[in-house]
Structure formats: structure tokens, C-alpha cells
Write a protein that binds this ligand. Sequence first.
Ligand code: 2HA
Ligand code: ZN
Length: 279
Amino acid sequence: MNTKRAKDFTKICTDGWLQGWHERNGGNLSYRMRTEEVEEIRNLLNEDAEYRDIDGQVPALANEYFMVTGSGKYMRNVSLDFEDSVAVIHLNEDGSKYKIVYGLVNGGRPTSELSSHLMNLEVLKRRDDGLRVVYHAHPANTIALTFVLPLDEEVFTRELWEMLMECAVVFPQGVGLVEWTVPGGKEIGLKTAEIMKSRNVAVWAHHGMFVCGHDFDEAFGLMQTVEKAAEILVKVMSITDRKRNTIPPQGFRDIAQTYDLEIDEKYLYEKNSDIIGER
Ligand code: 2HA
Ligand code: ZN
């Protein structure tokens, strides 16, 4: 497929692979297509394909088209063979079934995380129609932190924010956390979608991260910013369990004022401990 959107989709898969976020078939990507983008490839679509059940229902996405990676496909292969690795799917009139109208030419199904992608895209559509990209990866530092930081969204967000001043600007709503849950189904999809109602980042404990964006660059940049902050924290924690210096709560209020951001005060609690991860 030789469209701008297919190129953008391919680029993030390659970029994520180069970051080391996509071992084997790890990670997946979805994009809610615009009407004109579907029209552009109309002659490539096979509308006779059979509808199959989605684990979960997404009525607000009925009749829409999505570009998604395939289950078991490797992100590193998307640029080498797009038609083998990626599908365009169409949802039926009540958002309970999908059919593959393009791609996965050597067989296969959409990503094992289809439920999470579609449930996220549904709440995002309600929140802001422009939020069309959902990206899942396995970035090592963020995953590492889920073993040592408390799985408390306020603490987790605050520790990341302190590592890299950009964080508060890039994800001022903070990050949501999903405690260990078996991936690949409706349960984890519902928990993640709950987070996406108000935030752009969901960390899956001991597994990976989901982010959303208006476009592929924004989604990738968000994943990279969270992971960069996590990497710095891992470095700090490998030296010591406490900080000698850091950005104080007022520092974040000043950032919010300078950049005209709404920062939730719940992340700016006064700390009683200099031990990382303690309040
Ligand atoms: O596609 O990342 O969560 C492999 C995964 C499942
Ligand atoms: Zn995964």
C-alpha cells in the first residue's frame, strides 16, 4: 500500500524496533482511518470477507476502518512486507464484529490485543476525534520500574516527572497503571480504556505500555519520553535508593505556568521521604 498513512504506520514500527521495544512479535499498533484515507484505497479492499467476533463490543466505532498489525507478526518486518504484516479491518454495523478487507495475505488475524486497541480507540474518539493512533510496546526500563515502584499512579507519575522536565509538559495528565492482568482480551482492554478516558499513557505492570496520539509521531514521542524518564530513574536507582537533589513541587507549578498547562495537584504531594518510590 503506497499511501502517506501506510508509510507513517510503517515508520513507527521500524522506529520502535530500532529502540529495542519489539522483541520477536512484541507490541502492536492500530490507527482509526479517516474517510478520505479509506476512499484512497477503496479499490484494494475486499468487502466480501467474513465477519468475526471481537472480544468485547465497540458500538461507537461501528462501520469504521482500522489499520492494525497482525497477531504474531514482527514489527521489524512491517517495512519489508507490509501486506503480510498489516491488515485493514472494517467493523460491522453494531461494532461487535470485524472483517479483514486488506492485508495479512499469508493468513492470520489482527493483533492479539485487538480488544484493547478498539476499546481504547472508542473512548478516545469520544474524548477527542483526532486521537486516532494507539501504540503498544515493551520498553524495558518502564517495565523494570513496575517491579520496584509501588503500583500507585501518583507515585509512579511523580517519580517519572522528576527525572525529565519534559515529562510534565508531554504527559501533564500523568500515567495510568494496570496491575498484572492476562493480556489479549476484554478484561485488560476495559482497564486500559478506563485510563484512556483521561490520560494518554497506560503502563501494564510487568508487560509494557500503551499510548495514544493524534498522529504517529505524537504517539511514538510520548512512548519515548516516558521510557527515557524511566531509563534515567533506573540509572539513579542503580546508584542509590534516594535522591540528593530533585525538581520540587513548586518547580512543576512553575513549569505549568510557563507552558500554560493544567497539572493535577494530586501529583505534587509534599514528600516525607527522600527514598525513591516513597511518599
Ligand atoms: O503482540 O505485545 O501484548 C504481542 C504483544 C501482546
Ligand atoms: Zn505486549
